[in-house]
Design a protein around this ligand. Structure first.
Ligand code: ADP
Length: 529
């Protein structure tokens, strides 16, 4: 089989450049400027010039009121990269006030003006993408080639929404009364509160914020505590692009203080909408907290994606898809294959080929090492959880085909793992694994596969491989998910509606759909005509 590893969500980066990432783009010594801090000695190797030690509120770089900070750690080496402010209720409130004030004028800018600023932001991200990718690898751990893929994906939202800003049309509604004219206007909803995860520290911010900014909304963004630097780097670029003070605000917080910030965003009457990507549990908390102010809430939550391989599938294609879908980002994406189901006629063959591909293609290590395809897990808690999934499965009868242990490199590294003879009783089939563990279940019939796939209360992505056209239609329609990959394992992109059904979320991000999350429809009736 040809080399199949690729770790990006964006088709704009040629595959060849991912397979052999040039040494010339590896990290160099960082520049230090007024708002930037030097990285710790070990961090210098892996840090970039965008390390900000302050948050960004109302166009200013600011510390926490108390002066408290949190450390940002490279999950690959354990080295402290630097610190960011640990902000809570008061700072969140001042960011909301700034965003609300800025909204009063930002909403009246023309679509063309907003488009021009987003275009500048896109250009700046493009100019700085190598540095942004290094920063992302340093704080998150994913391989540099994958980080560059994410930055490309991230910038594509600035480009897309620069274009989309100018295509927000209302309607003229045919009138039932001669004296009246009826209109539907689209207007920005207001201040958008955003809470983002660590697994895509760049793109989850641009996917939300660029849509909001295009619509005419202002933003308060709370990035994940593990990965605040990519968010602050984007703030620097937004500032350079010329977004006015208060239009983009970044509040950084520890895990504990994040709850305080979340409460302010959800309960403030000045915030019109909440957009969150993260765990289902946190999403439910935010949804409940938003009830009192009847806010619009967009949620992109956990997945537990089924990945079904039918007897008729092209086996090599299915292996390629499974490799990319399962092991991208070391298995830490909400659309990663979680429950791999293979029909009995090709089960043994699939497991055999999958094991060979895992052993041949996956290289565990530091994201800055050009040969690495599998970075570390984000932290110790994630590592422990992944191992618990493996131990639980083995104790209930699953067999380890390859991997199955903490990696000999230590730290947050786990061996890419393949489990066979997995059953629906095991924890790894009930919950998202969020790590490099591929559990493979055997099934007999299409009905059985669909019943298992739809048996969970989540439904983000689902994938299947088949060459039977009737089956393709049937299964695509019956899978209870928001995103379906048919003979494809990586299906994200800027143009498409991304989002889930059931407890996987509310609303859609990306494409022409994403901007609607930030718009209100106002009906205007003109009488006496
Ligand atoms: P994970 O467990 O993968 O970190 P979370 O849903 O806990 O997923 O985290 C995603 C984002 O939600 C992060 O920015 C985190 O700080 C934030 N977060 C976690 N708990 C809360 C909360 N109670 N209120 C607001 N934000 C929260």
């Amino acid at each position: 089989m040809a080399a199949t590893w690729y770790g990006l969500m964006c088709s704009r980066l040629p595959l060849a450049s991912l397979l052999h990432f040039p040494k010339s783009v590896r990290p160099v010594l960082i520049r230090v400027t007024m708002d930037r801090v030097p990285a710790a000695a070990e961090g210098v190797r892996s840090a970039s010039s965008f390390l900000h030690d302050k948050a960004y509120i109302n166009g200013k770089w600011v510390t926490a009121d108390s002066g408290a900070t949190i450390e940002v750690v490279n999950p690959s080496t354990g080295a402290v990269l630097g610190t960011v402010p640990d902000m809570g209720e008061a700072e969140a409130q001042s960011a909301v006030d700034a965003a609300y004030k800025a909204f009063q004028t930002w909403k009246d800018t023309t679509a063309k003006e907003r488009s021009a600023l987003l275009r500048k932001l896109f250009n700046l991200i493009e100019e700085n993408k190598q540095e942004l990718a290094k920063l992302l690898t340093a704080e998150m751990g994913k391989p540099l080639a994958e980080a560059l893929g994410e930055v490309n994906y991230g910038s594509s939202f600035a480009e897309w929404y620069a274009e989309e800003a100018r295509r927000v049309y209302g309607d003229v509604i045919p009138t039932p009364m001669k004296s009246r004219r009826l209109l539907a206007l689209k207007q920005p909803i207001g201040v958008a509160g955003m809470i983002t995860p660590w697994n895509f520290p760049n793109a989850m911010i641009t996917r939300k914020a660029c849509a909001a900014l295009a619509a005419g909304c202002t933003t308060v963004i709370k990035p994940a505590e593990d990965t605040p630097y990519s968010a602050l780097a984007l703030a620097e670029l937004a500032d350079k692009a010329g977004f006015p003070p208060g239009v983009v605000n970044i509040v950084t917080s520890s895990r504990t203080k994040s709850a305080e910030v979340g409460k302010v965003l959800c309960s403030s009457p000045l915030v019109a909408t909440i957009s969150f990507t993260g765990s289902t549990n946190t999403g439910k908390i935010l949804l409940k907290q938003s009830a009192d102010t009847v806010k619009r809430v967009s949620l992109e939550l956990g997945g537990n994606a089924p990945f079904i391989v039918f007897d008729s599938a092209d086996l090599d294609m299915a292996i390629t898809g499974a490799m990319a879908c399962k092991f991208r980002c070391s298995g830490q994406t909400c659309v990663c294959a979680n429950r791999i189901m293979v029909q009995e006629g090709i089960y043994d063959q699939f497991v055999d080929k999958f094991a060979k591909a895992i052993e041949k293609e996956l290289v565990v290590g530091d994201g800055f090492d050009g040969s690495t395809t599998q970075g570390p897990l984000i932290n110790k808690a994630a590592l422990t959880k992944v191992d618990e999934h493996v131990q639980d499965a083995v104790s209930k009868g699953a067999k380890v085909v390859t991997g199955g242990k903490f990696h000999e490199k230590g730290g947050n590294f786990y061996q890419p793992t393949l489990l066979r003879d997995v059953t629906t009783e095991m924890r790894c089939l009930k919950e998202e694994i969020f790590g490099p563990v591929a559990p493979v279940v055997k099934f007999k019939t299409e009905e059985e596969a669909l019943a298992v796939a739809n048996s969970v209360n989540t439904g983000l992505a689902g994938y299947f491989y088949s060459k039977d056209l009737s089956q393709i239609w049937r299964v695509a329609e019956k899978l209870e998910v928001g995103i379906v990959g048919v003979n494809e394992g990586v299906v994200s992109g800027v143009e498409i509606p991304f989002g889930g059904v059931k407890e996987s979320g509310l609303g859609r991000e990306g494409g022409k759909f994403g901007i609607d999350e930030y718009l209100e429809i106002k009906y205007v009736c003109m009488g006496g005509v």
